[in-house]
Design a protein around this ligand. Structure first.
Ligand code: GDP
Ligand code: MG
Length: 167
């Protein structure tokens, strides 16, 4: 199996940590250049199941100027063209304006969206995770929802399994 995934999520949710984990685990290449206006390959992950090409999608935000508009249009096109959108979030029920905006865009495409709730190692009461899930379900439709810890390597293989399901 082989396909394209775009990893989205606001700064600090753990996107780089997740990518670094995948690189450490199996054959993968990555680039961490400053944001450009074009789609680019961020990481190529390969294992016995197949290959997942992670595309970086700049500018899933409201456009503030012409360049911003262009980046948003690239982002919207990417959301339609990839096989899976992987949305990484933090374990919280607080859904801010940025998340609302992402959800609106995701609700406009047919591409399956996987919600990964990261940093679950920081959640003391695991039942709380259900409240985070239901908060996100209120704003967006998801193909799959999975709690993970990129740092502690929890459920990351399950996450890959769920991605492969849609490739
Ligand atoms: P990015 O901005 O989305 O790329 O986020 P980073 O990967 O740079 O992570 C931001 C911070 O969150 C770093 O200090 C990470 O060590 C931390 N972090 C990432 N994943 C986890 C996790 O699963 N658990 C915990 N406790 N911290 C995490
Ligand atoms: Mg990063």
């Amino acid at each position: 199996k082989s396909g394209f995934v775009t990893l989205i999520g606001r700064p600090n949710v753990g996107k780089s940590t997740l990518m670094n984990h995948l690189i450490g685990q199996k054959i993968a290449i990555t680039s961490d250049k400053p944001q450009t206006t074009r789609n680019r390959i961020q990481t190529v992950y390969t294992d016995e199941r197949g290959q997942i090409i992670f595309l970086d999608t700049p500018g899933i935000h409201k456009a503030k100027n012409k360049l911003g508009e262009y980046m948003v249009s690239v982002a919207e096109r990417t959301l339609k063209e990839v096989d899976v959108v992987l949305w990484l979030v933090e374990p919280t029920t607080y859904i801010g304006a940025g998340e609302q905006h992402i959800a609106e865009q995701l609700n406009q495409v047919k591409t399956p969206v996987i919600l990964a709730i990261n940093k679950i190692d920081t959640v003391k009461n695991q039942e709380e995770i259900l409240t985070f899930i239901s908060a996100y379900k209120d704003v967006c439709r998801f193909a799959e929802i999975v709690p993970v810890s990129a740092l502690k390597d929890k459920n990351t293989d399950l996450l890959l399994e769920l991605i492969y399901k849609y490739l």
